[in-house]
Design a protein around this ligand. Structure first.
Ligand SMILES: Cc1cc2nc3c(=O)[nH]c(=O)nc-3n(C[C@H](O)[C@H](O)[C@H](O)COP(=O)(O)O)c2cc1C
Length: 135
């Protein structure tokens, strides 16, 4: 079984985009070795990241990422068990939605943080998986 998890965090201001490039670079370099795939959604003031892989890889990675000073206040949005990957082709896909979809995504994420709901979490995961296909 795979663990699929989505978290959200507050993004440190990054006018030059250098933080983002470094994060994606590190993810793509490191994740294949631990069998983790996923998607980083870049919102104006937040990151929303979907990570999937063996629980023994995803859990320590979450711990590790939570210490990164380029974001703060990591909150788990949903945790799912799955038989197969949604992001098999991506060590770390990335997607920066335009303002309307970004606002809708933020609202859904906030809702799930306040009121965890496995069905809504699964729907969110499915919608993020679709984004990676379009990306
Ligand atoms: C929002 C966010 C997401 C990140 N995602 C990953 C990830 O999926 N995999 C990873 O190895 N590092 C990720 N990082 C970076 C790690 O915190 C850390 O900087 C990096 O793994 C160090 O890699 P290095 O030791 O190879 O330089 C992320 C950082 C942030 C802020």
């Amino acid at each position: 079984m795979l663990l699929q998890t989505i978290y959200a965090s507050a993004r440190r201001a990054d006018e030059s985009g250098a933080d983002l490039q470094d994060i994606l670079w590190a993810s793509r370099r490191n994740n294949p070795a631990i069998d983790v795939t996923g998607l980083l959604v870049i919102l104006p003031d937040r990151y929303v990241q979907a990570l999937e892989g063996p629980a023994g890889s995803v859990e320590p990675l979450l711990d590790f990422i939570s210490d990164d000073a380029r974001h703060a206040g990591m909150r788990i949005v949903t945790r799912l068990q799955a038989g197969e990957r949604s992001f098999a082709r991506f060590a770390m896909a990335d997607f920066a939605p335009s303002s309307d979809p970004a606002a809708r995504l933020t609202a859904r994420v906030d809702n799930l943080i306040d009121r965890p709901d496995p069905a809504a979490g699964r729907d969110l995961w499915r919608d993020l998986a679709r984004l990676s296909v379009e990306a």
